[in-house]
Write a protein that binds this ligand. Structure first.
Ligand SMILES: C/C=C/C(=O)SCCNC(=O)CCNC(=O)[C@H](O)C(C)(C)COP(=O)(O)OP(=O)(O)OC[C@H]1O[C@@H](n2cnc3c(N)ncnc32)[C@H](O)[C@@H]1OP(=O)(O)O
Length: 267
């Protein structure tokens, strides 16, 4: 397999890693092989200190059409009717989504064309999302007999209850403008400006102190699972940890001395 044929491409430049789902002929559907490659790219980036932000995109004209329905259909012919395969597949998918959340670097979804079902869930699981104004978003599994389980988790935490239920139960494709309105994505831009807009967002993150970004991202997700009192206590401790970092001291010192921000060391 050449690098160009790999199910997932991983490129790095200027502190930004770009992960590309690379199976345009299935609209980048998440096959078993694609999920494993995506997991391995995320695992590699988790320990890569030179990467400060990650962009996740799809090759070709679409972002991602969800799980690979052709592979899933074939595996129904397994001796156990596909039970072991399905259990492993959805567990792998859930682990991968959690890896995006746990990744020290923020992940930006760069969405062109369709993001549906597990593809829409990928967008919801990313920290930030920029889409072409022609992009559409759905959890269309319900149209073919599948209630989108993992998107339910991601959407119910991104949208209001009524909006999430509307997507999950009606399976309709929502235009990018509505996705912005619902808070599913941050920004919709003209198609020819999409990659520039995603990269510009990533570059802004690269310019910040990586230690502040890492502590901040982690604390954001941790506190969101807690009650109010525990959340304030947890984020206070995270802020104190942030204050102890060498970069934070240097940044505050530069502010007080009216100097430009330092080169961040990552410590
Ligand atoms: C918990 C999460 C669960 C899930 O994720 S379950 C998966 C749910 N996903 C879906 O229900 C989406 C299925 N796909 C579609 O409904 C349509 O596609 C689209 C609306 C996304 C796009 O329609 P159009 O633009 O007309 O393209 P096209 O001709 O249907 O697709 C182009 C090629 O891509 C293959 N493909 C599309 N989606 C998938 C998929 N999810 N798994 C495997 N292959 C897929 C098709 O079959 C076809 O291929 P060929 O040209 O050989 O016929």
């Amino acid at each position: 397999m050449t690098q160009g044929d790999a199910p997932v491409l991983l490129e790095r430049s200027d502190g930004i890693a770009t992960i590309t789902l690379n199976c345009p002929k299935t609209l980048n559907a998440l096959s078993e092989e694609m999920l494993a490659a995506l997991q391995s790219a995320l695992d590699e980036l988790a320990t890569d200190k030179s990467t400060k932000a990650v962009v996740l995109r799809g090759a070709g004209t679409q972002f991602c059409a969800g799980h690979n329905l052709k592979e899933m259909t074939l595996r129904r012919r397994d001796a156990d009717g596909g039970k072991a395969y399905f259990n492993a597949l959805f567990a792998t998918c859930s682990r991968m989504m959690m890896s995006i959340v746990r990744l020290p670097q923020p992940v930006i979804a760069q969405v062109q064309g369709i993001a549906t079902a597990a593809g829409c869930q990928l967008v919801a699981s990313c920290d930030l999302a920029v889409a072409a104004d022609t992009a559409t978003f759905a959890t269309s599994g319900v149209n073919i007999g599948l209630f989108c389980s993992t998107p339910m988790v991601a959407l119910s935490r991104n949208l209001t209850r009524k909006q999430a239920m509307e997507m999950l139960l009606l399976g309709e494709f929502q235009p990018a403008a509505r996705a912005v309105e619902m808070g599913l994505i941050n920004q919709a831009v003209p198609e020819d400006e999409l990659s520039h807009a995603a990269r510009a967002m990533a570059a802004k993150i690269v310019s910040k102190s990586p230690v502040a970004v890492k502590i901040g991202k982690n604390a954001f997700y941790e506190q969101s699972e807690m009650g109010l009192e525990a959340a304030y206590a947890y984020t206070g401790a995270a802020m104190a940890e942030n204050m102890m970092a060498r970069d934070t001291e240097a940044g505050i010192q530069a502010f007080i001395s009216k100097k430009p921000m330092p080169e961040w060391s990552g410590d």
